[in-house]
Each structure stands twice: as structure tokens, then as C-alpha cells.
Design a protein around this ligand. Structure first.
Ligand SMILES: [Zn+2]
Length: 265
């Protein structure tokens, strides 16, 4: 029983880390102060950060997981994470995975403009090379950050194949890990992802990653800008925050009573 539960891995996903969050992107921006407290929490409770290769090795029986594994991932490759999250990660000797938008390196997150109304600076290839040299891992987040589900298959293939090629060319190592932009994928996308040679692909489905998690649709745990340290600790253990769990439970109770009311003559 305990052996099984121990194999669950929280794959945390961060977006932006900044001392001065832009209010328009506050939901996905963790302040440096909160990020520091969260990493300190992980260290205090004996969590050891692993990367995607270690997860794949463990899942295929070729390696073992530490007693308290955690996988720290950053989507989009924001410069803010290089500036502000990196020193904190280094201080705790935590590795992490950065999912980069290969066609926009050194530019801005222009895909955010229509929905969020703001674009943020993205790290350059030079910065990504520094990450690699320090033992961090870089994965692909496509070339232009489109929603892959429903995309023309030829364009979907190009987004996935070209992202790998660019990452490998610029960083000089295999790029076999992917995160779906907007968490968007379907079985057709997954088939193209496998064909393009990716070994893992992260979704944004909320939950801990168990031994039978689909390697091409891994569950993750999004850390939000409004999360308290208590929320963070709950997410780490269960994949969701307490108030979301309570919300679901109360929703169930409400539904139950509504149904009962509805079933009265
Ligand atoms: Zn993204």
C-alpha cells in the first residue's frame, strides 16, 4: 500500500515568477517571496527534485525514485523564471524542467496578447544554454504555442518536429520531452507526438502522476499566484488545493439535494 502511494510524483507547473506580478497575469504569476517559501517547504520536508529522464527511467523499471520525489516544471520559458526562480532552485540544489517555445526565444509571449492582453519577455537561447550547462533540463513547448487539438495535422507535425529540431540544434542534446500549450491535445495529437519522437508530454490535467500515468498526457499540479503555503502543501500531496476539494465535495452535496428535491412528486 505504502509502496504504491510513494510512486506518485507531483509534477508542479509554474509559469511566471516575478517580484512585481502583472495584474493581468496574476493568476499564473508566483511572487519571488512565495516561490522561495514553497521551495523552502520542499527542502524542509525532504523532497528531492528529479527531471523527466529520471521519471521515465523509474517508470520503465530502470531506476528508482527518491523517497519524496518532486518534478518542478516551468511552461513558456519566461525570462522572469531565469532571473528569479533560478537562484532559489540553485540554493536548494533542485533541478527543474523548462518548456521552451522554440520559435520565440529571446522575443515575447505574443500568443498571450489576445486573451491576456499582455506579453512577457522570453529567455534567449543563450540563457537556455546556461540552464543546460548547470544541469537543468529544457523541453519543447512547440514553435509558436498554438492549441494543438484541432490543428491541421501537417501544421501540428511541423510545430512538434521543428521544435525538437531547433532545441536539439541550439542546445546540443536530445529534446524528447514536451508540454502541450494550453494543455491542448487529443488522440490524434498524441499519435503525432509519438511519431515525432517525444518520450513524454505533460498535460495540465490536475493530479499527481502515478505509475500508470499516460507518458504522453502526464498529470501535473498547477501552482497559482493566489495559492497560500497551505494550498501549496495540499496540492503537493493530493494534486488539488483544499478549497477546491471542499468545493467539489459541497458541489456533490448540492447536486445530491437538488436531485432529491427534483425527484419529489
Ligand atoms: Zn504555455
Amino acid at each position: 500500500m505504502f509502496g504504491v502511494t510513494r510512486t506518485f510524483v507531483p509534477i508542479l507547473v509554474y509559469h511566471q515568477v516575478s517580484p512585481r506580478p502583472d495584474p493581468r497575469f496574476r493568476r499564473y504569476t508566483v511572487t519571488v517571496r512565495d516561490f522561495t517559501r514553497q521551495m523552502r517547504w520542499l527542502a524542509a520536508f525532504g523532497y528531492q527534485a528529479i527531471d523527466m529522464d529520471a521519471l521515465v527511467r523509474a517508470r520503465s523499471g530502470q531506476g528508482s525514485l527518491p523517497k519524496r520525489p518532486v518534478l518542478i516544471t516551468f511552461d513558456d520559458g519566461f525570462q522572469g523564471c531565469a532571473d528569479h526562480a533560478l537562484p532559489v532552485l540553485r540554493a536548494h540544489n533542485f533541478t527543474a524542467v523548462f518548456y521552451l517555445v522554440a520559435g520565440l526565444m529571446g522575443e515575447t509571449s505574443r500568443w498571450m496578447l489576445p486573451e491576456v492582453g499582455v506579453e512577457l519577455s522570453l529567455m534567449s537561447w543563450e540563457t537556455a544554454r546556461v540552464l543546460i550547462a548547470e544541469g537543468f533540463q529544457c523541453g519543447a513547448h512547440t514553435v509558436t504555442h498554438p492549441r494543438l487539438a484541432g490543428l491541421d495535422p501537417a501544421r501540428c507535425r511541423a510545430e512538434l518536429v521543428d521544435a525538437r529540431r531547433r532545441l536539439e540544434g541550439e542546445l546540443g542534446r536530445p529534446a524528447v520531452h514536451l508540454a502541450y500549450p494550453f494543455g491542448s491535445y487529443d488522440p490524434g495529437v498524441q499519435a503525432i507526438v509519438a511519431e515525432a519522437g517525444y518520450v513524454t508530454a505533460c498535460s495540465t490535467r490536475a493530479g499527481l502522476s502515478g505509475a500508470d500515468d499516460d507518458l504522453l498526457a502526464l498529470h501535473r499540479v498547477t501552482i497559482y499566484g493566489h495559492d497560500s503555503l497551505f494550498d501549496f502543501a495540499c496540492r503537493l500531496r493530493t494534486g488539488t488545493a483544499m478549497r477546491e476539494r471542499l468545493g467539489q465535495a459541497f458541489g456533490g452535496v448540492r447536486r445530491h439535494f437538488r436531485q432529491r428535491r427534483g425527484s419529489r412528486p
